[in-house]
Write a protein that binds this ligand. Structure first.
Ligand SMILES: C[S@@+](CC[C@H](N)C(=O)[O-])C[C@H]1O[C@@H](n2cnc3c(N)ncnc32)[C@H](O)[C@@H]1O
Length: 233
């Protein structure tokens, strides 16, 4: 699959996203194209999920699926020790539609996001600030910790602050993937309200992603495009 994704990317760069979409449009139903455009309109690039040392494949898969379903474009996976591997089946193909960025060094990941204008928050049960009161007028990335040990101290120290997800029972913490769903869903709702728009994908990125998503919906797409685009106009 990465080889196909690379080939699609090269074709987009060579011919431009509009030519790719025009070549593939006759092979897609109107409903499918409308769905792609609706999903693109709801994509958020100013909200990002970060997970550190996730070892349970079901949690990993649920995190991918939830991030994609909420409309968040980037999932950053920090894996200095545990290897993030998602349970097949559970992602339901969601990994194809998001940008999954892998990091070995947690601090490098956080500094990179901060350099791109994100405020990066650790999630900690019982933190004094929460997903309800954090300032959402800036891009935000939120880090979630390992199932047993939570986030590393050095990761928490590199963040701009910590957020809790309110709890009202006797239990001390939520399950990891449940926390990702609760926190990112609420933050996405608040971010969309602050933007006054369903999404914030920049136009150039939207055009390239549209071409990539058209391509991902067509069987044998690389051969199809090579034949179609090689024909004289
Ligand atoms: C099962 S918890 C780990 C619990 C760990 N003993 C600790 O104290 O952090 C896994 C991850 O879920 C997140 N989490 C769970 N409940 C949370 C809550 N109420 N508020 C914020 N984050 C929470 C945190 O990212 C945590 O690292």
């Amino acid at each position: 699959m990465p080889a196909v994704a690379d080939a699609i990317q090269r074709l987009i760069e060579r011919h431009g996203p509009e030519a790719i979409c025009a070549a593939l449009e006759p092979m897609l139903t109107r409903e499918r194209i409308q769905r792609i455009d609706t999903v693109l309109a709801h994509r958020l690039v100013s909200l990002a999920t970060i997970v550190e040392d996730t070892y349970d494949p079901h949690n990993a898969a649920a995190t991918i699926r939830t991030t994609e379903a909420i409309g968040i474009h980037q999932l950053h996976v920090i894996e200095p020790e545990a290897r993030f591997s998602a349970a097949g089946g559970v992602t339901r193909g969601a990994h194809k539609w998001i940008d999954l960025v892998r990091w070995a060094d947690p601090v490098a990941a956080i500094r990179s996001l901060q350099g791109r204008g994100f405020r990066v928050y650790a999630t900690l049960p019982g933190a004094p600030h929460s997903i309800e009161d954090v300032d959402i007028t800036h891009p935000i990335a939120v880090a979630f910790g390992n199932e047993h040990d939570g986030l590393r101290d050095s990761t928490i120290a590199a963040c701009d602050g910590a957020l809790g997800v309110p709890m009202y029972g006797f239990t001390e913490s939520f399950n990891l993937s449940v926390t990702v769903a609760l926190a990112m869903s609420r933050l996405a709702t608040r971010r969309r309200a602050a933007l006054g728009a369903p999404g914030d994908l920049p136009d150039e990125q939207r055009r390239v992603m549209r071409a990539r998503w058209f391509a991902l919906k067509v069987r044998g797409v690389v051969g199809v495009l090579e034949r179609t685009l090689a024909r004289p106009a």
